[in-house]
Design a binder for this molecule. Structure first.
Ligand code: PLP
Length: 365
């Protein structure tokens, strides 16, 4: 047996939501009767024209992809009102998170972030041999920016701010984010993870992209995995100053974004009405789920994303996930009776509510 790093050996593998086909096989269910509400995926397929563009790109599969995402980068830069050099693409925003962690972290350094938040911040810190400091959310389930700033010390190299925060769906406004950046040394990189940006309808929220363009120590992360329905294609990007991004890029494997993903992302752009329709559909479905929790007296923070966290007080999250799974619903357990459900189609949300009632009846018995 090769000798592995003890910190890697100690990691519990990342629990991506289990694929529907695996669960159906294991439980002896029909594939069509299992629903997955565990990974904050879109219930809809890719945008109009995307499948055709991806198929066309496959014809060039014998060639390496464009290393700079040239066509996509120029189109996206125009859409965002930034320069091409203000963008760095990666194989999903998780890959960019790992590259950020590698490029600023290392033994003797620290990463700071709110908790609970996106679990990958912990993983990328361990991979980069960086100590991770998890700062509890405040009583409103929001990032406690004052406490995060207080946790930043001389060894801190990076802060991850998830906005909206996964798994609570809570948001911070631009004044609060900028105030936070002002309050910490500019040697600390602040990665603002806006994976769920496109779902937010609340006017108190705004992207941190203008801040990232002004400050060398701020980058914004975005993904095509959520509202753009390209989770399987693995493509995301960072927005920031050119020099900052070029240094992060040195920790990136070459040709990391494949040509089909580049073509699919490019074909998704410029479809503002489609983005708006999906945002509004998600907001209506989210209101439905919020009402489901309110009617049943289950605590649930107000979410601004495509998922909602809720608590079944006194229950065990792992057992709850197993109870949902037995009924064909794949859920994300958090801890201490907290669960997270992805906002899905009307039909799947209704099915979730029915199964929730069955599980509630079971645990209240
Ligand atoms: C906060 C956050 N950031 C990033 C990602 C991952 O995005 P990608 O698919 O681009 O790696 C997720 C996925 O669930 C997420 O919740």
């Amino acid at each position: 047996m090769p000798s592995f790093r003890p910190d890697i050996t100690a990691l519990t593998p990342y629990e991506v939501g289990r694929p529907i086909a695996d669960v159906a096989r294991e439980l002896g269910f029909d594939v069509g009767s299992v629903i997955k509400l565990a990974s904050n995926e879109s219930p809809e397929g890719p945008f109009p024209g995307v499948i055709e563009a991806a198929a066309e790109a496959m014809k060039r599969a014998n060639r390496y992809p464009n290393p700079d995402c040239w066509d996509l980068g120029h189109r996206l830069a125009a859409e965002l009102g930034v320069d091409f050099d203000n963008l760095l693409f990666g194989a999903g925003s998780v890959a960019l998170l790992a590259e950020i962690a590698q490029s600023v972290g290392g033994p003797g350094t620290r990463a700071v972030y709110g908790w609970p938040s996106f679990v990958m911040y912990r993983f990328v810190s361990v991979w980069a041999m960086t100590e991770h400091v998890e700062v509890p959310l405040d009583d409103d389930f929001e990032l406690d920016l004052d406490a995060i700033a207080a946790a930043v010390d001389d060894d801190t190299r990076v802060v991850y701010l998830c906005n909206p925060n996964n798994p609570t769906g809570t948001i911070k406004g631009p004044v609060e984010i900028e105030g936070f950046v002002d309050s910490i040394p500019d040697s600390v990189l602040v990665a603002v993870d806006e994976a769920y940006h496109d779902y937010v309808t609340d006017e108190r929220y705004q992207t941190a992209i203008p801040l990232a363009l002004r400050r060398p120590n701020v980058v914004v992360l975005r993904t095509f995995s959520k509202i753009y329905s390209l989770a399987a294609q693995r493509i995301g990007y960072a927005v920031g100053q050119q020099e900052t991004l070029s240094l992060i890029r040195r920790a990136q494997a070459p040709l990391t974004v494949n040509q089909v993903a580049q073509a699919a992302a490019l074909a998704s752009l410029g479809q503002r009405d489609e983005v708006r329709r999906r945002r509004e559909t998600n907001a209506a479905a989210r209101r439905y789920l919020e009402a489901v929790f309110a009617e049943r007296g289950l605590p649930s923070p107000r979410s601004h994303a495509n998922f909602v966290a809720f608590e079944m007080p006194g229950a065990d999250s792992g057992e709850l996930a197993a109870a949902f799974l037995r009924r064909g619903v794949i859920m994300r357990p958090l801890s201490k009776g907290w669960m997270r459900v992805t906002v899905s189609s009307e039909e799947e949300n209704r099915r979730f509510a029915e199964v929730l009632d069955e599980v509630l009846a079971q645990i209240r018995r």
